[in-house]
Design a protein. Structure first.
Length: 389
């Protein structure tokens, strides 16, 4: 086969490529300051894409231009299901070489996030990543350094700090309404995902999938943790899942964490894939509390889950019963993170979600495993600007 091209074709091709590159560069540059729409590519078209895609579609500032999944048929199904005018790709290399875009939304298996996020950053894309943003704290830190060096944005789920209930609790604490805070508790569990094996494989586990919400909430409310002690276990060594049938459980499906936030404040988180909960994975309508904060003047109980909240009870009286505050969602939805950060790029604003906070949560999860394996307290090295707002 003759692969040579004529000089005329070469000049024409080079000119077209340069023009495309220039337009792309101008768009990226404008993405920081001027554009009124951001082009988004979604990688991973599984379960959670059914929550992300419709939410991204609600924003006039977001355009979904590409879908990618190694199970390629899923990109076609989602394109049809949500009536998207998007190009579809079989892997990240094809995606990055394809239609231009500004931000990648990573919602694949947890174990793939670090590599995919790195490739996207190297290709000059902003990144929103589902949790965890990387497999290790060191890998997450390297991603953030890479993003900074290229003047790009990187964020990690969850978006719990966006809820009005979080804002209320944060204000109560910052205004000293609870008095001297001593202790807090968070819990989140159900009987585990049934569709994909990665939740149970190495790099999966109940901490990055479930505990991550409580850890994010409690560190955001009480401040970065200084040290951690934890015990983790595997309660159910075998699972049957849709994609791989019977699999061996390699990551913890039960975890208890004790966090020292300084000034004597200690919090506790428990999470697992073996907790019967009649509200199930969807968790709709839960009226029990999942977060409690205790001070010497008052205590607060967050109703529902910190990612799907229904209000906050405050107990601050010897005579009156606890009162319910902030029972409206105010439009907050747990799947809104990617939309909100995309809009922040368009508007050149700073979202509440903060990448250093997500990195701190990642270090806590990694350190909890180390603490459990070695039977000792682990001192944390990461931190974030606190209070968040
Ligand atoms: N499902 C939920 O309700 C939910 C809620 C919140 C967060 N999450 C998080 O979202 C992420 C995805 O979870 P899910 O439940 O949608 O899983 P899923 O198994 O349903 O979907 C993951 C998809 O990613 C694809 N994928 C895997 N590796 C890939 C790669 N290298 N390149 C391209 N595509 C790849 C898979 O083929 C699959 O279609 C996880 O981090 C999970 O913790 C899920």
């Amino acid at each position: 086969m003759d692969n040579s091209i004529s000089r005329k074709d070469f000049i024409r091709y080079s000119a077209a490529t340069s023009a495309a590159m220039l337009l792309n560069a101008l768009h990226s540059y404008a993405g920081e300051y001027q554009i009124n729409k951001i082009r988004v590519a979604i990688i991973g078209c599984g379960s959670v894409s059914n929550r992300y895609i419709p939410h991204l579609q609600t924003s006039p500032k977001v355009e979904i231009v590409a879908l990618c999944d190694i199970k390629y048929e899923r990109t076609l199904e989602q394109k049809k299901q949500y009536n998207l005018n998007a190009s579809t790709y079989k892997n990240i290399d094809e995606l990055l070489a394809g239609v231009p875009f500004d931000m990648m939304v990573t919602i694949t298996d947890m174990q793939a996030h670090g590599d995919l996020n790195k490739k996207a950053l190297l290709a000059g894309k902003h990144v929103w990543s589902e949790k965890p943003m990387a497999n290790t704290y060191a890998e997450g830190n390297a991603l953030l350094e890479l993003a900074k060096s290229k003047n790009l944005k990187l964020w990690g789920a969850p978006a719990v700090v966006n809820s009005p209930q979080f804002a209320f609790m944060n204000k109560m604490i910052q205004e000293g309404k609870l008095g001297r805070i001593a202790s807090a508790h968070g819990q989140y569990g159900h009987t585990g995902p049934t569709w994909s094996a990665f939740f149970y494989e190495k790099g999966g586990g109940s901490m990055p999938d479930l505990g991550v919400y409580n850890i994010a909430t409690l560190t955001a409310l009480l401040g970065p943790a200084k040290s951690i002690m934890a015990m983790t276990s595997i309660v159910n060594p075998i699972r049957v899942v849709d994609d791989k049938g019977t699999v061996k459980v390699e990551a913890e499906d039960n975890a208890h964490l004790l966090l020292d936030h300084g000034k004597g404040i200690i919090s506790h988180v428990m999470c697992g894939f073996n907790y019967f909960d009649p509200h199930g994975h969807e968790a709709k309508g839960q009226q029990l509390h999942s977060i409690q904060i205790f001070g010497d003047k008052a205590n607060m109980r967050l109703i529902g889950y910190d990612w799907e909240t229904y209000g906050v009870y405050v107990d601050d009286s010897w005579e009156k019963p606890a009162a319910l505050y902030e029972s409206e969602t105010g439009g907050y939805q747990w799947q809104e993170g990617a939309t909100k950060v995309a809009e922040s790029i368009v508007g050149n604003t700073t979202p509440k979600i903060n990448v250093e906070h997500a990195l701190h949560v990642l270090e806590i999860i990694e350190s909890a495993r180390k603490s459990s394996a070695e039977g000792k307290k682990i001192y944390l090295t990461s931190s974030f600007k606190w209070p968040l707002f």
